[in-house]
Design a protein. Structure first.
Length: 452
């Protein structure tokens, strides 16, 4: 991954050139306003699929598609703006994949909750998340996670992102005999592969804005390829403008969710959101040196607080919980180092309250190459894991491999935590298990049991 100068080094401090520069410490972070803007665009392009995908999933739960789309745009705008202005980190916050599936297919379709009550569960999980974020729980958990698992979480998320990119491009498809296989040779696959190679070459050659250029070039290639192969997906056009729909706003049933029977759902949402967000912060800080003086993710308390309140606000707006997006790695890889990147991301969401059909111009295969390369960048720490020590390597390996294979960051972390504690317990190394790790492993077990 392209590296920026380490902030606050021993060299003389760089003087800010503008009020914007001064507020976000752009120059001091070794960046520039131009780089931050490009990084924001890169992350937005990598994560904007959520504007359409999230309402598609939530509509299965009964929330009107247009209402869920408007809620998705509004919460993404507000929470990313807060992440930039308050936490000052280059991170996208939006309704999370996985959280929306949990909401729709477990709470509503599986357990039979109304979508209004399910939104109430989202709200209360956000309240509990805020309590954890405002106190020192997160620091205790981070300090309890051994270095090998920290590196493993980063690498596992990298593989997970790569898998998402390959899946979105149709390069990897489901196969009843082998679970997965190579997709059919069609316009989408060829366009993606050309885009992947071109984007990789741009990165290798050190082009500024390589990921954005790759997305743009792949998008331009998609139209003629679609016409050549008669693939409507690549050349779809659904119009220009649409009015926002706020019919789901304040439909959340907060009191209806306060039942003992719903506590397991609230807990699973809390665990998933908390550890997904925490792991994303750790992965991004590790891959781009976004750390404080103690080696922890920079401005973690503020970042987690934004994440928590974003989940609380998402429910009244009419969408599932918002969380940190690992696609933020696209902007970080582009050189984004400050909250200005997040502000740009948030601002880019807002026009799609009215211009959502424009998303059809950028097919998923155009952003897929960027996701694959971001996954590559995030694999960098894998050499730091002590592979010659099986008691270190085994939990790390489980965490890495299970994230893409279970399609869940949370499950990879859970089995990594549990296996770490069990191995230390069996080998008589109890002194290496900190109290917070005991608690985290126990919570992981409870989460696995209640999620079934």
């Amino acid at each position: 991954m392209p590296q920026s100068p380490t902030p606050y080094s021993g060299s003389p401090p760089v003087q800010p050139t503008s009020t914007l520069d001064n507020y976000f410490n752009v120059s001091r972070r070794g960046s520039s306003v131009k780089t931050e803007v490009l990084a924001g665009i890169a992350t937005f392009l990598a994560g904007m699929y959520i504007i359409v995908v999230n309402p598609a999933i939530l509509s299965d739960a009964g929330i009107p598609f247009s209402a869920a789309l408007s809620a998705t745009v509004v919460i993404s705008f507000l929470s990313s703006l807060a992440m930039g202005l308050y936490a000052r980190n280059p991170i996208l916050v939006a309704p999370g994949m996985g959280m929306n599936a949990l909401f729709t297919y477990t709470l509503v379709l599986g357990a039979g909750l109304s979508w209004e009550v399910a939104l109430g569960c989202v709200f209360w999980s956000g309240v509990l998340f805020a309590v954890l974020a405002l106190f020192n729980v997160r620091e205790a958990i981070i300090e309890a996670i051994p270095a090998s698992l920290r590196y493993a979480i980063t690498c596992g998320i990298g593989l997970f992102i790569t898998f998402i990119g390959l899946k979105n491009a149709g390069f990897i498809v489901a196969n009843p005999a082998t679970l997965v296989s190579l997709g059919d040779l069609n316009a989408s696959l060829i366009t993606f592969f050309i885009g992947l190679i071109v984007t990789a070459i741009l990165v290798i050659r050190g082009f500024n804005g390589a990921l954005i250029l790759g997305i743009a070039l792949t998008t331009l290639l998609a139209a003629p390829m679609g016409r050549l192969w008669s693939d409507d997906v690549l050349v779809a056009w659904q119009g220009l403008a649409a009015w926002p729909d706020f019919s789901a706003v304040m439909k959340v049933d907060i009191l209806g969710a306060l039942k003992v029977a719903y506590l397991p759902f609230i807990f699973v949402m809390l665990f998933t959101n908390f550890f997904d967000s925490l792991s994303c912060f750790m992965a991004l800080s590790e891959s781009a040196d976004l750390k404080d003086a103690n080696g922890n993710p920079r401005n973690l308390k503020r970042s987690m607080t934004v994440d928590a309140f974003a989940s609380m606000i998402a429910a009244p707006l009419g969408t599932s919980a918002a969380q940190t997006f690992i696609e933020s790695g696209a902007g970080v890889a582009q050189g984004g180092r400050t909250g200005l990147t997040a502000v740009v991301i948030g601002v880019l969401f807002l026009p799609f309250l009215f211009l959502s059909p424009l998303l059809s111009l950028v097919p998923s295969i155009a952003t897929a190459p960027a996701l694959v390369l971001v996954g590559l960048f995030m694999m960098a720490p894998i050499g730091k894991i002590g592979w010659n020590r099986l008691d270190e390597a085994f939990p790390a390996f489980l965490a890495i491999i299970l994230m893409p294979l279970t399609y869940s960051i949370t499950l990879g972390i859970a089995f990594g935590f549990i296996s770490f504690v069990l191995i230390r317990l069996a080998t008589g190394k109890l002194n290496e298990i900190k109290p917070a790790m005991w608690v985290s492993a126990l919570l992981a077990v409870v989460m696995l049991l209640t999620a079934q």
